[in-house]
Design a protein. Structure first.
Length: 251
């Protein structure tokens, strides 16, 4: 039996993708046994493919654990979302951080999730929040609501027909309730999330628009509920998002 037949007909790129997908923010380093389990590939295939990926710089293996290699980090910096969006918005994130004195984030919508593209935490990190490259649900995050409020109906529907589990006692889990939140965003210029992802943590976010006027991303201020007061933080978020939109649209 050929290697391809043993692997169910998977090609080399499919096997590499399965291995890369085994890593996530909660699994940054994996033993061979864990990599086999999480990738779903046979042990011999996993080992053979991982060794090739190490030679390419896609994986690294200090001691007995595999992790993402530096070459992928280098290539990720060439992606438009990092090279263009992040570079345009970063100065405004920095200004917003200095004004709010708590975590600021930049995110984009990917399916039903928000991908965190950039984050500034300063000396007061919040470990319960997703790291850069991690995701948060769009339905119960201010970043997600700031984007969905200006998204086409089919995009909103895709998010709201998916599972919306209750992450805290405050999480809005009905489509009606989330749509009500989305409807309020355009009038005030920012989206809110009050302890729906983590108890004691709230978030205010504003949309960032691209050169064609379509929503491209959102930026946010996230922190202890006592610090993140919408009436105080909201106007600053709205101004930062508007300035970031102008900068991004002219690139």
């Amino acid at each position: 039996m050929s290697p391809a037949e043993r692997d169910g007909g998977m090609g080399g790129l499919d096997r590499a993708a399965a291995i890369l997908s085994a890593f996530d923010p909660g699994h940054r380093e994996l033993t061979l046994a864990s990599l086999v389990t999480r990738s779903g590939l046979p042990r011999s295939t996993t080992h053979r493919t991982a060794e090739k990926m190490i030679r390419l710089g896609w994986l690294d293996k200090p001691k007995d654990r595999y992790r993402i290699g530096n070459r992928l980090f280098e290539l990720s910096g060439l992606a438009p979302i990092r090279l263009e969006l992040r570079e345009a918005v970063l100065p405004f994130l920095q200004d917003l951080y200095h004004a709010a004195k708590t975590t600021v984030q930049l995110g984009v919508l990917e399916g039903t999730q928000i991908l965190v593209v950039e984050k500034i935490t300063g000396h007061r990190p919040m470990p319960m929040l997703s790291q850069v490259g991690g995701t948060v649900p769009a339905y119960c995050s201010a970043l997600g609501r700031a984007i969905l409020a200006y998204s086409p109906p089919e995009v909103v529907d895709q998010v709201l027909v998916a599972d919306m589990p209750r992450r805290t006692p405050r999480t809005l889990t009905s489509a009606v309730a989330v749509r009500r939140e989305l409807a309020a965003v355009p009038d005030r210029g920012w989206a809110l999330e009050r302890e729906e992802g983590n108890i004691g943590v709230s978030c205010v976010a504003g949309p960032i628009f691209g050169p064609l006027g379509d929503v491209a991303a959102a930026l946010s201020v996230t922190g202890p509920t006592g610090m993140v007061k919408a009436d105080r933080i909201g106007p600053a978020v709205r101004l930062a998002a508007a300035a970031a939109s102008r900068a991004y649209s002219t690139r």
